[in-house]
Design a binder for this molecule. Structure first.
Ligand SMILES: Cc1cc2nc3c(=O)[nH]c(=O)nc-3n(C[C@H](O)[C@H](O)[C@H](O)COP(=O)(O)O)c2cc1C
Length: 366
């Protein structure tokens, strides 16, 4: 039961190796984390490390309604309730800093402007819709709006928004931040050469496509120190109208080398299965490990047996679980006691009130 053992994450002791993966729950109509948000995370604080739901770093970074952000003082105070609760319960918590890029809609953007991206190419895939307001004020899924490619000079402004959010995260008492560079959002829109059609120094070569991500990592490190900055990556991701490409490994191995040089707290790989298949397999993980000797987290339909096997083989350090943590706030205790797992209710993943959010019982109480 190696995954129950303590772990040193860049000088911070985690109570065990379980990571709660970041999960948007879209329950904050005022975009501010509150007491219920704090209860939700505190209930799950026996995880060695919690990574929060993606929290937008600016109004422009939003792509879904009701998601608590981290750009204002009020939002920062809301998150403080969350970190206090988790710390009181002995947990560790990083904030996932998020910008959706083109996965947004004008109804969510400042002055109803176009969402920004590396490109003007829109998301056009019936499976990739944005949950927002309809013209009549009701909510529903709509096609993402046509984006506007960021000007070269503007890219630094977005990086500055992340630095601002990192300062707020420190004020809110987070143990660190995770840059969300996965799942088809803004940073991946720069990394992917099929989508990124830029001719400036943010497009073309691997170095250029990775530049924005690494500049932002550097900005976060400047604010918080490398030991408090992690990053989430999703090689071979095809979510949100992204396409796989030749040279994907070259791109991610370059990032691994660069992140190793910077000594970040961790790299969090998300296996976004495509066409029913795992895309971050053991072979890719092993090659990744050869380049990055720091902490590697892996998420994506993780199972206890695989977690134990990969950790014992030294291929990854920390297994992350998403959906199992929704219905099993005490996932760690259930594993320790060999107790059965509850199944989460999909209908209450996003939006709504406390039902399917903070009413899943602990096994002992259930
Ligand atoms: C309801 C829900 C919301 C999610 N929101 C986020 C998010 O905000 N940021 C992110 O990086 N991944 C998000 N994910 C992906 C999860 O972090 C995780 O990678 C994915 O669910 C696979 O892990 P699992 O099979 O253990 O659930 C979300 C997943 C779910 C189910």
């Amino acid at each position: 039961m190696t995954i129950l053992q303590k772990y040193d994450l860049a000088g911070r002791e985690l109570a065990n190796r379980f990571v709660m993966a970041p999960m948007t729950r879209a329950r904050r109509p005022d975009y501010i984390a509150n007491e219920e948000t704090a209860t939700y995370y505190r209930q799950r604080a026996s995880a060695g490390l919690i990574i929060t739901e993606g929290t937008p770093v600016s109004p422009e970074a939003q792509g879904y309604i009701n998601v608590p952000g981290i750009w204002t003082a009020e939002q920062t105070a809301g998150w403080k309730l969350v970190t206090d609760g988790v710390h009181e319960a002995g947990g560790t918590i990083f904030a996932q800093l998020w910008h959706v890029g083109r996965m947004s809609h004008t109804s969510l953007q400042p002055d109803r402007g176009a969402p920004v991206s590396s490109t003007n190419k829109p998301v056009r895939n019936p499976k990739s819709m944005v949950f927002t307001y309809n013209e009549d004020g009701t909510t529903g899924f709509v096609e993402p709006s046509i984006p506007r490619a960021l000007d070269t000079e503007e890219v630094a402004r977005v990086t500055a928004d992340f630095a601002h959010a990192a300062r707020n995260a420190a004020t809110a008492g987070f143990d660190g931040v995770e840059l969300h560079a996965a799942n088809g959002y803004l940073f991946e829109q720069f990394l992917n050469p099929i989508l990124n059609d830029r001719t400036d120094h943010y497009g073309g070569s691997v170095e250029n496509r990775a530049r924005f991500t690494l500049e932002t990592v550097d900005a976060l490190i400047k604010v918080l120190g490398a030991d408090r900055v992690g990053i989430r990556l999703a090689p071979h991701n095809q979510q949100f109208d992204m396409q796989d490409y030749d040279g994907v490994e070259e791109t991610y191995f370059y990032l691994a080398d660069q992140l190793a040089k910077r000594g970040v707290a961790y790299i969090h790989l998300n296996d976004n299965w495509a066409a029913g298949r795992s895309v971050v397999d053991d072979e890719l993980l092993t090659k990744f490990r050869q380049r990055f000797s720091g902490t590697i987290i892996l998420a994506g339909a993780m199972r206890f047996e695989r977690a134990e096997r990969l950790v014992e083989a030294g291929v990854i350090d920390l297994p992350a679980f998403g959906q199992p943590f929704i219905a099993n706030p005490d996932l760690v205790e259930r594993y320790r006691g060999g107790l059965p797992l509850a199944e989460p209710e999909r209908a209450t993943y996003y939006g709504g009130g406390n039902e399917g959010y903070i009413d899943y019982p602990h096994a002992a109480a259930g």
